[in-house]
Write a protein that binds this ligand. Structure first.
Ligand code: 6R9
Length: 646
């Protein structure tokens, strides 16, 4: 790599940063060699009702598998995110809300946040919610989403936020899996000038699974159906509720939330995070990676339906008394300058978004960016997928006027917060690399047999030791937790990602090694999309793979075998896309459907995805060995049909 591809730390930033490069090096050693002492010290950034004396107790080995952090500590997440800031910051802004419509916005102070969280918590209690109960949230990006999350945390209930773009079927599956008896939703959401029928979706989902209570927040005021005895008008209930609610003291290892995420097999897994370790990781990484200081406006564009929204819109930001910006809209509404207009309007200091949004905006040219001043910005960040160096440079040069560092943060729903990321005052940047692991993150790159590889190499990315923010289990299926993450390479957490380490020890994520797609930064399993397709009456079989997509990073390519009596048609193609949207949600819509009279299978009946990926990528000259296929002629058919459809 040429020297010009290195963006050195700005000495002025290093001088005032939480961590400069010497501090980073020292922290790496301390966290590795004396984890108890190091994390006990870091744990002081939270307020504990009982400070932990036991810090780390972990084994990744099958015989003695357990992960516990701060296990005798006691704290409350809502107290840490709200109450403890009241003494000094009651009248400072906790949440800036920017609506989908640029005319809609609001500012919520910490005092107001406290009152709203307490009222919501009391509404939950009066509807029978107790410590340990699961509460499903299906909400737009409005402050009530943060109130609801924090209200659950306050009373020790476990929230499961379901992204508002998921279908009624997906919502029903998630309600059922965690056995929640209560849903909090809104009448409708707004995105890009369109309404999202959230309450109608909940009604539809509840035809499949029953709950006792649906709390409905009024947002658009749009017409909705009402089920007496089940549905509760939030505003009425909140007005009647007390504005004070005590915080439930929680053990550090008590569950905080469940968030469903896609894996390579089966239905989505309920990733469970606990109280102490998660909050510490969220808070510490928000401070270190973004070099955050109170008073700054922090804007993470993620929806609270994803882990990035949990950790950086809500918990990490508020634990640090940040002013966090919640944006209901999309980057191209009313026009493609929206992000930068919002940056100017609310004087955003730190802006954190996904590469897919940047690639889409980059296509629109520089003018929509340059028309806004962006002078409040001091730091940029990305998350969700690898950022191609071209998009990185555009972000740096055009959005950042060549003056702002970019923190490319690699992490997963399972990791709770960032694990590989530069620190603005410590790490020289390389476009396209998430750079180096944070203190306490012990990475290993392994070959197919799990042997650690040294030096500049490429392989599977593993983590050999625990960090506080690690997930603790798959809700209701601890065996699946172990099998999914710790059985591929015994004694190590396997991330599912491929990764290259360069000669300077920088890490470059190359993408998933399993059957998980990353479409516009959203994770989904090929198996889920396949089962949605196969549930259509006309479909006999389906195989889904990813293919490179300019904007989305990866697109969804579906091979579909129809029932013998069904003819392919454009109408059917549209019907199948609509069917997938209905079953899973719009984010899973296939970009390409190729009719496949047969699928390439081994003699034991396993679909050879490697070949399907090559065809989808239009890389048909290197299909590799097809001799093990039950019927090699199937491949020729697929290649020919692809060629015809070009
Ligand atoms: C936070 C989040 C996790 C998967 C992960 C990886 C990909 C996330 C990335 C990245 C390259 C980055 N990923 N951040 N790849 N560079 N900075 O996105 O969680 O939705 O669970 O997705 O996303 O493949 O394994 P999640």
């Amino acid at each position: 790599m040429s020297k010009s591809d290195l963006y050195p730390v700005d000495p002025a930033i290093a001088a005032r940063a939480h961590m400069d490069s010497a501090a980073y090096d020292a922290a790496r050693v301390a966290a590795r060699e004396e984890p108890d002492r190091y994390w006990s010290e870091v744990a002081k950034r939270l307020d504990w009702s009982r400070f932990p004396t036991k810090i780390k107790d972990v084994s990744f080995d099958k015989a003695d598998f357990h992960i516990r952090w701060f296990e005798d500590g006691e704290l409350n997440v809502a107290y840490n995110c709200v109450d403890r800031h009241l003494a000094e910051r009651a009248n400072e802004t906790a949440i800036i809300w920017e609506g989908d419509d640029p005319a809609d916005d609001a500012r919520i102070t910490f005092a107001e946040l406290h009152e709203q969280v307490c009222r919501m918590a009391n509404v939950l209690k009066s509807n029978g919610v107790k410590k340990g109960d699961r509460v499903t949230l299906y909400l737009p990006m409005i402050p009530a989403a943060a109130y609801a999350m924090l209200a659950c945390a306050r009373i020790g209930a476990v929230h499961s936020v379901v992204f508002g773009g998921f279908s009624p079927d997906s919502l029903a599956g998630r309600i059922e899996d965690c056995g929640s008896r209560i849903v909090i939703t809104a009448d409708e959401g707004r995105r890009g000038g369109k309404k999202v029928p959230l309450k109608a979706n909940v009604d539809e989902a509840l035809k499949k699974v029953a709950v006792d209570t649906v709390i409905v927040v009024s947002h658009t005021g749009g017409a909705i159906d009402w089920v007496e005895g089940r549905d509760v008008r939030y505003e009425e209930a909140a007005a009647a509720a007390s504005p004070e609610c005590p915080c439930e003291p929680m053990n550090a290892e008590d569950p905080l939330f469940i968030l469903y995420t896609s894996g390579s097999t089966g239905k989505p897994k309920g990733v469970l995070h606990t109280t102490g370790g998660y909050l510490l990781w969220a808070s510490w990484t928000q401070a270190m990676v973004f070099d955050y200081r109170p008073g700054e406006v922090f804007w993470c564009t993620a929806d609270v339906g994803w882990v990035t929204g949990h950790t950086y819109v809500v918990y990490g930001a508020l634990a640090n008394a940040a002013t966090t910006l919640m944006f209901e809209g999309v980057p191209n509404y009313p026009d493609v300058s929206r992000f930068w207009q919002v940056v100017d309007k609310h004087k955003v200091d730190i802006f954190y978004t996904a590469p897919t949004a940047l690639r889409a905006l980059m296509r629109e040219g520089d003018e929509p960016v340059k028309s806004a001043s962006r002078k409040s910005l001091r730091l940029l960040g990305t998350v969700g997928e690898p950022i191609n160096p071209e998009a990185w440079r555009w972000y740096h040069e055009v959005v950042g006027d060549g003056r702002l560092p970019i923190v490319d943060t690699w992490w997963q729903t399972e990791t709770g917060g960032a694990l590989i990321a530069p620190l603005p005052g410590a790490t020289d940047l390389k476009p396209g690399s998430a750079t180096k692991p944070l203190p306490g993150v012990e990475l290993e790159i392994v070959d197919a047999e799990g042997r650690p590889l040294e030096g500049a190499v490429e392989g599977g990315l593993c983590i050999t030791d625990s960090w506080p923010g690690q997930m603790r289990t798959v809700y209701g299926d601890h065996q699946r937790f172990f099998d999914t993450y710790f059985s591929t390479y015994p004694g190590k957490y396997f991330t599912g990602d491929g990764c290259r380490r360069d000669e300077d020890g920088y890490y470059w994520i190359t993408g998933r090694l399993d059957d998980v797609l990353n479409v516009s930064g959203h994770r989904m399993g090929t198996a889920e999309i396949e089962s949605a397709l196969v549930s259509h009456d006309d479909v006999a079989e389906a195989a889904v793979v990813g293919f490179p997509h300019d904007i989305k990073g990866q697109g969804v390519y579906a091979y579909v075998t129809l029932n013998a009596d069904v003819q392919p048609s454009e109408d059917l193609r549209r019907a199948l896309v609509a069917h997938v949207r209905k079953e899973i949600g719009p984010i899973a819509s296939p970009d390409v459907i190729q009719w496949a009279p047969g699928l390439p299978k081994t003699r034991s009946g396993k679909i050879m995805r490697r070949i399907l990926r090559k065809i989808a990528e239009n890389d048909v000259t290197s299909l590799g060995d097809t001799s093990t296929l039950a019927d090699p002629s199937v491949v020729d058919d697929l290649v020919r049909n692809r060629a015809q459809s070009q």
